[in-house]
Design a protein around this ligand. Structure first.
Ligand code: IFM
Length: 442
């Protein structure tokens, strides 16, 4: 299969539906000399943290190649480009704007506008300035206010250039992976940290939404959450209970506060030292109305009862992508339908979906039929969710191009464009051509 297709009457093929590609600052930019250090610089410099001992100092050198990269994006025919802003590039240590960093992004945004490509801007995709981590990072409540100050300054500087803002990308990853199990920067470990970091991230989100409502009322303003739907290994009462707990701990912990101003009820089961420090009024700030919800989806996981009151996670079972995640597109349909049942949802954008595959570049081509198949199955799953009444307004492929895949370094390739990291040559993969054909043939 070399092409992607959808039923002719699919809402995904309507003119209003937005198709895009996504990236994130630390993963592609490089240009590290012209910004402050961030937590990922320090994490990468710590031996044993990144699978190939690499870092983001050069990455895809997008800092120098951005104009060609925007031309490449345009050549794919997409409606939108989702990028993130590096906080340590645009804000100096004294909290004021860095004009050089701001110009880097306004040039990109102006070029996108010139080409009629909508800019979906994520304000925080994990690259916290290191000087703020030195004061406690997301465990320090003040970081939420530093973040709101940054959002205030940058959204004023961007003026009307941005079609859509996301306050945070995947606060689960920043808090749980970064402060609870330590596989992401800043690498802190302890159940007493994860929920606290999450609360300050969510507070930052709420404060930022208030700022955006003032500075950028014409933009679509929202948040991007990642969901890994939880399935039980058996229908036993104990496994079902553990699975429901896992879902609350991993997924609903971020969704429910944002939508309803409440943490899941399991908060009462957590020992006091693991609970967040919630000040009066925090939950109201967190539950600001959203113009849209960004959903990132890749895979699902299975759970069973454990010896403690938590859960045991079973390793992924095949079929797997190259990063070891199960391919199970039906979970995307089931996730969206269940969110639609549980909550009063704003319009949904799938802000990330895609797969790492073992790509090879041969004779100037990457014949990634496995990735095309992944996209086909997930677009069909998304179409099926719309048939069941879920409103979905857009879809972004993760990622535009191969890039720094966090703890996996450059070993895992998620792009629909291949990057040769020695020459910085970009080659559109068969999946990129298929995605482009789908979009341009609407
Ligand atoms: O590369 C990441 C991205 O930064 C956030 N969402 C998941 C992707 C794949 O792991």
């Amino acid at each position: 299969m070399k092409q992607l297709s959808l039923p002719a009457n699919s809402p995904l093929l309507s003119k209003e539906f937005t198709f895009g590609v996504a990236t994130a600052s630390f993963q592609i930019e490089g240009g590290a000399d012209s910004r402050l250090p961030c937590i990922w610089d320090k994490f990468c410099a710590t031996p044993g943290k990144i699978a190939d001992n690499s870092n983001g100092l050069v990455a895809c050198d997008h800092y120098n190649n951005w104009a060609n990269d925007i031309e490449l994006i345009d050549s794919l025919g997409v409606d939108a480009y989702r990028l993130s802003i590096s906080w340590p590039r645009v804000i100096k240590a004294d909290g004021s704007l860095n004009p050089v960093g701001v110009k880097f992004y306004t040039d990109i945004l102006d070029e996108l506008a010139r080409r009629n490509i909508k800019a979906f801007v994520t304000l925080y995709h994990w690259d916290l300035p290191q000087h703020l981590e030195d004061k406690g990072g997301w465990l320090n409540r003040n970081t939420a206010f530093e973040y709101a100050n940054y959002v205030d300054l940058i959204s004023q500087a961007f003026a009307e250039r941005v079609y859509s803002y996301a306050t945070l990308n995947e606060p689960f990853c920043s808090s749980y992976l970064g402060y609870e199990i330590g596989v992401h920067a800043p690498g802190k470990v302890g159940r007493e940290f994860g929920r606290k970091a999450a609360h300050h991230l969510l507070l930052g989100h709420g404060l930022a939404m208030q700022v955006l409502a003032k500075n950028s009322p014409n933009a679509l303003n929202g948040i991007v959450l990642n969901f890994t739907p939880c399935y039980p290994v058996s229908q036993s009462e104990a496994d079902l209970k553990a699975t429901a707990f896992a879902d609350d701990y991993i997924n609903q912990w971020y969704m429910r506060p944002v939508m309803e101003g409440k943490y899941p009820d399991i908060i009462a089961q957590l020992p006091a030292e693991q609970r967040p420090d919630i000040h009066p009024g925090d939950m109201e700030i967190i539950a600001q109305p959203l113009d849209y919800l960004g959903v990132n989806f890749y895979t699902r996981l299975h759970y069973q009862a454990s010896d403690d009151d938590f859960y045991d996670e079973r390793p992924h079972q095949g079929p797997l992508t190259d990063i070891g995640w199960e391919i199970y597109p039906q979970a995307l349909t089931e996730l969206l339908v269940s969110l639609n049942e549980k909550y009063t949802l704003p319009p949904i954008y799938i802000t990330e979906n895609g797969a790492a595959m073992k790509d090879t570049l041969a004779n100037g081509e990457v014949n990634d039929l496995d990735r095309i198949s992944y996209y086909q199955q997930h677009l069909t799953a998304l179409h099926n969710a719309t048939l069941q009444g879920v409103r979905v307004d857009g879809y972004f492929a993760w990622s535009l191009m191969d890039n720094f895949e966090w703890a996996e370094g450059y070993l895992k390739r998620f792009g629909i464009v291949y990057v040769d990291y020695h020459t910085q040559q970009r080659t559109v993969k068969a999946s990129g051509l298929a995605y482009s054909n789908l979009i341009t043939s609407r």
